[in-house]
Ligand binder design. Sequence first.
Ligand SMILES: [Zn+2]
Length: 185
Amino acid sequence: MEAAKLMGYETPGDQKVPVSVRDWNAQKLALWHSRGLAEIAIREALGILSGCKHRDGCPGAESETEPCFSPTYSKAGENSESEVLTEGCPDREQRISALVILNAARQLAPADARKPAEPYFAPSREYYSDVMAALGATEIENEMLRALLRDAGIAVPEPMAKSGNSNEGSAPSEPAQLAPAEETK
Ligand SMILES: [Zn+2]
Protein backbone atom coordinates (compact mmCIF):
# COMPACT_ATOMS: atom_id res chain seq x y z
CA MET A 1 0.00 0.00 0.00
CA GLU A 2 2.69 2.43 1.04
CA ALA A 3 4.77 1.63 -2.01
CA ALA A 4 1.78 2.25 -4.26
CA LYS A 5 1.16 5.59 -2.58
CA LEU A 6 4.80 6.58 -3.01
CA MET A 7 4.61 5.78 -6.68
CA GLY A 8 1.58 8.02 -7.00
CA TYR A 9 -0.92 5.23 -7.53
CA GLU A 10 -3.38 6.59 -4.99
CA THR A 11 -6.25 8.37 -6.71
CA PRO A 12 -8.92 10.59 -5.12
CA GLY A 13 -11.20 7.55 -5.27
CA ASP A 14 -8.92 5.72 -2.82
CA GLN A 15 -9.41 8.32 -0.12
CA LYS A 16 -11.76 7.48 2.73
CA VAL A 17 -14.29 9.57 4.58
CA PRO A 18 -15.44 8.89 8.14
CA VAL A 19 -19.12 8.04 8.35
CA SER A 20 -20.98 7.73 11.62
CA VAL A 21 -22.37 4.30 12.44
CA ARG A 22 -25.84 5.91 12.59
CA ASP A 23 -25.57 7.16 8.99
CA TRP A 24 -23.99 3.90 7.81
CA ASN A 25 -26.86 1.91 9.32
CA ALA A 26 -29.38 4.32 7.83
CA GLN A 27 -27.85 3.64 4.41
CA LYS A 28 -28.13 -0.11 4.91
CA LEU A 29 -31.71 0.29 6.09
CA ALA A 30 -32.57 2.42 3.05
CA LEU A 31 -31.10 -0.21 0.71
CA TRP A 32 -33.03 -2.94 2.45
CA HIS A 33 -36.26 -0.93 2.08
CA SER A 34 -35.47 -0.38 -1.62
CA ARG A 35 -35.08 -4.10 -2.12
CA GLY A 36 -38.43 -4.82 -0.51
CA LEU A 37 -40.20 -2.18 -2.59
CA ALA A 38 -38.52 -3.33 -5.80
CA GLU A 39 -39.71 -6.86 -5.05
CA ILE A 40 -43.27 -5.59 -4.69
CA ALA A 41 -43.05 -3.75 -8.02
CA ILE A 42 -41.56 -6.83 -9.74
CA ARG A 43 -44.23 -9.12 -8.31
CA GLU A 44 -47.06 -6.82 -9.40
CA ALA A 45 -45.60 -6.33 -12.89
CA LEU A 46 -45.26 -10.11 -13.29
CA GLY A 47 -48.88 -10.44 -12.18
CA ILE A 48 -50.02 -8.01 -14.88
CA LEU A 49 -47.86 -9.82 -17.45
CA SER A 50 -49.33 -13.21 -16.64
CA GLY A 51 -52.83 -11.75 -16.99
CA CYS A 52 -52.19 -10.36 -20.48
CA LYS A 53 -54.14 -12.10 -23.20
CA HIS A 54 -52.35 -13.26 -26.34
CA ARG A 55 -53.41 -14.60 -29.65
CA ASP A 56 -52.81 -18.27 -30.22
CA GLY A 57 -49.19 -19.01 -31.02
CA CYS A 58 -47.85 -15.66 -29.80
CA PRO A 59 -44.19 -16.09 -28.81
CA GLY A 60 -44.60 -13.27 -26.27
CA ALA A 61 -46.80 -15.53 -24.17
CA GLU A 62 -43.81 -17.67 -23.29
CA SER A 63 -40.90 -15.23 -23.45
CA GLU A 64 -40.43 -11.74 -22.06
CA THR A 65 -38.03 -10.84 -24.85
CA GLU A 66 -40.27 -11.88 -27.74
CA PRO A 67 -42.65 -9.31 -29.19
CA CYS A 68 -46.37 -9.85 -29.28
CA PHE A 69 -48.29 -10.19 -32.53
CA SER A 70 -48.82 -6.69 -33.82
CA PRO A 71 -52.00 -5.54 -35.54
CA THR A 72 -50.07 -5.40 -38.83
CA TYR A 73 -47.32 -7.59 -40.12
CA SER A 74 -45.36 -7.81 -43.33
CA LYS A 75 -46.07 -10.79 -45.45
CA ALA A 76 -43.58 -11.76 -48.07
CA GLY A 77 -45.53 -12.36 -51.21
CA GLU A 78 -44.24 -13.97 -54.35
CA ASN A 79 -43.11 -10.69 -55.84
CA SER A 80 -43.31 -8.12 -53.07
CA GLU A 81 -43.88 -7.63 -49.37
CA SER A 82 -47.34 -6.57 -48.41
CA GLU A 83 -48.67 -5.36 -45.11
CA VAL A 84 -51.46 -7.41 -43.70
CA LEU A 85 -53.88 -6.05 -41.14
CA THR A 86 -54.71 -8.59 -38.50
CA GLU A 87 -55.90 -8.65 -34.97
CA GLY A 88 -52.82 -8.30 -32.79
CA CYS A 89 -52.59 -9.60 -29.25
CA PRO A 90 -55.36 -7.81 -27.35
CA ASP A 91 -53.16 -6.77 -24.38
CA ARG A 92 -50.12 -5.87 -26.43
CA GLU A 93 -49.83 -2.28 -25.15
CA GLN A 94 -50.47 -3.27 -21.54
CA ARG A 95 -47.81 -5.96 -21.78
CA ILE A 96 -45.24 -3.47 -23.07
CA SER A 97 -45.98 -1.11 -20.16
CA ALA A 98 -45.72 -3.96 -17.64
CA LEU A 99 -42.39 -5.02 -19.16
CA VAL A 100 -41.05 -1.46 -18.84
CA ILE A 101 -42.01 -1.39 -15.14
CA LEU A 102 -40.62 -4.88 -14.59
CA ASN A 103 -37.25 -4.14 -16.13
CA ALA A 104 -36.91 -0.77 -14.40
CA ALA A 105 -37.71 -2.39 -11.03
CA ARG A 106 -35.14 -5.14 -11.68
CA GLN A 107 -32.45 -2.57 -12.42
CA LEU A 108 -33.37 -0.38 -9.46
CA ALA A 109 -33.33 -3.25 -6.99
CA PRO A 110 -30.10 -3.44 -4.97
CA ALA A 111 -28.01 -6.46 -5.93
CA ASP A 112 -27.90 -7.49 -2.31
CA ALA A 113 -29.38 -5.86 0.75
CA ARG A 114 -30.07 -7.54 4.04
CA LYS A 115 -31.93 -6.19 6.99
CA PRO A 116 -29.33 -4.53 9.21
CA ALA A 117 -28.69 -6.68 12.25
CA GLU A 118 -27.43 -3.77 14.33
CA PRO A 119 -29.69 -2.56 17.09
CA TYR A 120 -31.15 0.90 16.81
CA PHE A 121 -29.24 3.60 18.63
CA ALA A 122 -31.34 6.58 19.58
CA PRO A 123 -29.69 9.88 18.66
CA SER A 124 -27.84 11.54 21.45
CA ARG A 125 -29.00 14.81 22.99
CA GLU A 126 -26.09 16.55 21.27
CA TYR A 127 -27.06 15.14 17.87
CA TYR A 128 -30.65 16.25 18.39
CA SER A 129 -29.45 19.75 19.38
CA ASP A 130 -27.26 19.91 16.27
CA VAL A 131 -30.20 19.02 14.02
CA MET A 132 -32.44 21.59 15.69
CA ALA A 133 -29.72 24.25 15.38
CA ALA A 134 -29.30 23.45 11.69
CA LEU A 135 -33.06 23.76 11.20
CA GLY A 136 -33.06 27.13 12.96
CA ALA A 137 -30.19 28.33 10.78
CA THR A 138 -32.04 27.39 7.58
CA GLU A 139 -35.10 29.29 8.81
CA ILE A 140 -33.01 32.44 9.30
CA GLU A 141 -31.37 31.92 5.90
CA ASN A 142 -34.80 31.49 4.35
CA GLU A 143 -36.04 34.74 5.89
CA MET A 144 -32.94 36.58 4.64
CA LEU A 145 -33.55 35.35 1.11
CA ARG A 146 -37.19 36.39 1.33
CA ALA A 147 -36.20 39.88 2.53
CA LEU A 148 -33.77 40.09 -0.40
CA LEU A 149 -36.62 39.32 -2.84
CA ARG A 150 -38.96 41.79 -1.13
CA ASP A 151 -36.30 44.52 -1.36
CA ALA A 152 -36.04 43.80 -5.07
CA GLY A 153 -39.78 44.41 -5.37
CA ILE A 154 -40.69 40.77 -5.92
CA ALA A 155 -43.84 39.59 -4.19
CA VAL A 156 -42.95 36.77 -1.85
CA PRO A 157 -45.73 34.38 -0.90
CA GLU A 158 -45.93 33.97 2.84
CA PRO A 159 -45.74 30.51 4.33
CA MET A 160 -48.63 29.15 6.35
CA ALA A 161 -49.40 31.66 9.08
CA LYS A 162 -48.10 30.58 12.44
CA SER A 163 -49.81 31.82 15.54
CA GLY A 164 -47.64 34.15 17.54
CA ASN A 165 -45.37 34.95 14.61
CA SER A 166 -43.45 38.13 15.32
CA ASN A 167 -42.68 38.86 11.65
CA GLU A 168 -46.02 40.55 11.05
CA GLY A 169 -44.45 43.91 10.16
CA SER A 170 -42.78 42.77 6.97
CA ALA A 171 -45.64 40.63 5.74
CA PRO A 172 -47.50 41.90 2.69
CA SER A 173 -51.05 43.06 3.31
CA GLU A 174 -52.57 40.30 1.24
CA PRO A 175 -51.43 36.82 2.12
CA ALA A 176 -50.35 35.15 -1.08
CA GLN A 177 -51.27 31.53 -1.53
CA LEU A 178 -48.66 28.98 -2.42
CA ALA A 179 -51.31 26.45 -3.25
CA PRO A 180 -55.07 26.59 -2.97
CA ALA A 181 -56.19 25.14 0.31
CA GLU A 182 -58.00 21.86 -0.15
CA GLU A 183 -61.64 22.19 0.55
CA THR A 184 -62.84 19.92 3.22
CA LYS A 185 -66.36 18.74 2.96
ZN1 LIG B 1 -48.87 -11.71 -27.44
